[in-house]
Design a protein around this ligand. Structure first.
Ligand code: TYD
Length: 136
């Protein structure tokens, strides 16, 4: 889908284990302003249900697995994040829902902007209106 893609991360492994490094510009396609992680999720309890006009994010399931449904107002796609070597880039104006969290799932999110509750679009009908030409 346009504005959303899976990125294969480079893992540096040896007989001690594996390591992944994420550097601004090299691995993350935006300036990093914030990192947060979602953990202690409850089985069957979905999260997300919002979009952002100006936020770009990279989602990495560093432990366990979960599914991410993305929607650009025209098409929807489901990605399964089940490896710390996979990152899902989500661009601006994409509606996202996260669900099917496995036990001990840790979903790390790298974001291009500081947290700002004001810029959340939480109403799906309003999102569809905006994405289909209503002022963007
Ligand atoms: P929420 O947006 O509901 O999470 P999700 O995107 O998974 O649905 O955020 C949960 C709580 O965490 C809410 O009280 C706001 C707070 N929060 C921050 O303080 N900073 C952040 O960067 C984020 C993403 C959330």
């Amino acid at each position: 889908m346009e504005n959303c893609r899976l990125i294969e991360l480079t893992s540096h492994g040896d007989n001690r284990g594996s390591l992944i490094a994420l550097e601004k510009e090299h691995d993350v396609p935006f300036d990093i302003k914030r990192v947060y992680y979602i953990y202690d999720t409850k089985r069957g309890v979905p999260r997300g249900f919002h979009a952002h006009e100006n936020l770009e994010q990279l989602l990495i399931c560093v432990s366990g697995s979960c599914k991410i449904k993305v929607d650009n107002g025209k098409e929807k796609e489901i990605y399964e994040l089940n490896s710390p070597e996979k990152a899902l880039y989500i661009g601006k104006m994409i509606w996202r829902e996260m669900y099917d969290f496995s036990g001990s799932c840790v979903l790390m999110v790298i974001a291009s902007e500081y947290y700002n509750p004001e810029e959340y679009i939480r109403d799906y009908d309003k999102y569809i209106e905006l994405v289909n030409g209503g002022g963007i």
